[in-house]
Design a protein around this ligand. Sequence first.
Ligand code: 1CP
Length: 356
Amino acid sequence: MTTQPAPQPTTTDPLRDSRFLRACRREPVDATPVWLMRQAGRYMAEYRSLRSKVSFLELCKNPELATETTIFAAEVLGVDAAILFADILLILEPLGFQLEFSKGEGPVIHNPIRETADVDAVRPLEDVEALGYVYEAIRQIRAGLPGNVPLIGFAGAPFTLACYAIEGGGSRNYQKAKAFMYSDPGAWDALMAALTDSTARYLNAQAAAGVQALQVFDSWVGSLSPDDYRRFVQPHMRRLFQMLDPAVPHIHFGADTGSLLELQRDAGGDVVGLDWRVELDQAWDRLGRGVGVQGNLDPIVLFAPVDEIARQTRRILGQAANRPGHIFNLGHGILPHTPVDHVRALVRMVHEFSAR
Ligand code: 1CP
């Protein structure tokens, strides 16, 4: 008597095989994956209604509410990935900074770095559990998301965090931060090293809690010349990416970085963010095929009529030309007042126009 071979367990894994993660690995996809930076936020009436009841920091620190906010946005938009609801500045609190999100003014740090001695007081993140509410949100989001929708974790890059820590809030020219960098390069490197170590531990704890990809936001690095990037930022970014958990893909985001793309690529990341000031095809040629690209629609285009959004979507998809490794996104975050129906139309059009 012959025994039947046991049925082979299927090896398909809906998360691993999702469009977004396939694109991160530069594998072919059935349609271009799309998600949008700041996809959960003020442009949504449901978010504004929630925010009328709780402060922004309370929302970030409440895993149930952060979960609801993350999943709601991903579902309403029909995007190919969810992004954890949190903020790049949260890590500054356990590092010793007093952080406040004040009405109208955006983030404020009440004890910014002003001199060398202030850098000595910056405590590198020893205990990642200081941000335990973030990992709890990740566990709840992962449990609540459909099994084929990846969750992106994120953190601010050391330069962008240093800008906030020195300026004490948002800034136009980063005058204080850059003056500090030029005048006290030793203290600058010590600050960047502490931020790098802290960020790596934080991101790896997010990966351990269950995110499928990590995005590093270097939102303000485009304010630097290539030479300054090379001297004051790139060594830290290289070290950061070397320390990150290699089991998940890494997205290296910057804005206004047309002159820094090769330097950013050399610092690390599987996918490099592009904004609308560069042509996607030319930028990707410069970067080479060893990395994927994410972008690069101007967020303001979402205020245009739908036929204009369609035209620009086709243009970007045409430039990507179905090459494996393109993740459709905006060049920077969605702005408040963006029409939600335009955002939904964009997601539908990306899928429809790019179906293989
Ligand atoms: O309700 C409110 O008034 C708060 C608005 C808000 C939101 C919705 C802030 C304050 N942060 C966030 C969420 C957020 N921030 C997310 C998760 C949501 C999502 O993407 O769906 C993410 C990824 C961020 C990242 C972030 N925060 C960045 C990097 C991205 C970028 O736009 O460059 C930066 C620079 C911040 C700082 C910050 N936090 C909040 C504001 C208004 C700002 C920018 C302030 C400034 O311009 O300096």
